[in-house]
Design a protein around this ligand. Structure first.
Ligand code: ZN
Ligand code: ZN
Length: 304
């Protein structure tokens, strides 16, 4: 069985409060299970309650052994690491993989930079868990036991990977933080920088990159996609590296995804607004697609 449980669903910054009690205010952290095997995607603030749960007497019977995949090292995706209690337990084994933007950067140092006296009372060198770091690019990794992961670069200001996990014929994909590729050259002939040939090439390049994303999503059982914005909001946030709901729906429909999960909610999005958006999209696509729409919510478990 391949499944996901959501511990953090929010983008940018934790936002606890009355307006977010239903869907949750923690930043990205996913617990993925391939049967009993544990995979974690991102170390956002949601990893704090997840770590507490892992430390409960019932769960602690066996040492913690996990593969952790970081989508990218923006702070909302790594900020929970210092509060992940299993890093202070000697029997914990963690294999942390993720992309870095420059080859001379080191994933361990980027994540560990938070564990310095000026930010935190414990230093990285004081962690007693067995932690390995590995920088990864676009690739397919065999994680053993029939579990594989394929990675794909997303469109984000920082090098960012989407992950496609496959296990026993089921597939589960994470696609955040990401916005659709678009033509970066002027397309208006009245623009002084307009060039017909360049405009056409830009259009083609964007289409090719978006097609590659759809190919990566093809026939997925579960797709967890960035939906930070509505279309009007997106228009004023071009290039920020986040999608609108409609972008996620369009790519997922083209790829014939079975379940689409709206994720990386804007920190200002209230529970009421999220519920309304979910209901609206369900209604507008009723009878037009068999795809299921779900808004990611802390504590929710979804099976692939
Ligand atoms: Zn983010
Ligand atoms: Zn980001």
């Amino acid at each position: 069985m391949l499944s996901v449980r959501f511990w953090g669903v929010r983008g940018s910054i934790p936002c606890p409060g009355k307006a977010t009690v239903i869907y949750g205010g923690n930043t990205p952290c996913l617990e993925i299970r391939a049967d009993k095997r544990l995979i974690i995607v991102d170390l956002g603030s949601g990893i704090k309650p997840f770590g507490d749960w892992l430390m409960s007497p019932e769960q602690r019977k066996k040492p913690i052994d996990a593969d952790i995949f970081i989508t990218h090292t923006h702070w909302d995706h790594i900020m929970g690491f210092p509060m992940f209690t299993p890093i202070f337990i000697p029997t914990t084994k963690l294999r942390i993989r993720g992309p870095v933007s420059y080859d001379d950067d080191d994933l361990g140092s980027i994540i560990g930079a938070q564990l310095a006296y000026r930010y935190w009372p414990v230093r990285q060198s004081e962690l007693v868990a067995q932690i390995e770091y590995d920088q990864i690019k676009e690739t397919t990794l065999d994680l053993g036991g029939g579990l594989t992961v394929t990675t794909k670069y997303m469109n984000h200001p920082l090098l960012c990977l989407g992950y496609r996990f496959e296990y026993q014929g089921k597939s589960l994909i994470t696609a955040f933080d990401h916005e659709p590729f678009r033509n970066l050259f002027p397309t208006d002939p009245a623009d002084p920088f307009y060039d017909e040939e360049t405009a056409r090439e830009g259009e083609l390049a964007a289409k090719e990159e978006n097609d590659k994303i759809v190919h990566f999503f093809q026939d997925a059982d579960v797709l967890i996609h960035d939906t930070q914005y509505t279309i009007p909001e997106y228009q004023t946030h071009l290039g920020w590296g986040h999608s609108a709901f409609d972008h996620a729906i369009e790519s997922a429909r083209r790829a014939q995804v079975k379940k689409l999960i709206f994720f990386h909610h804007d920190p200002n999005r209230t529970d009421q607004q999220l519920a309304k958006l979910e209901a609206g999209y369900r209604l507008s696509f009723k009878g037009k697609t068999s795809m299921k729409f779900l808004v990611a919510q802390e504590g929710m478990t979804v099976e692939a």
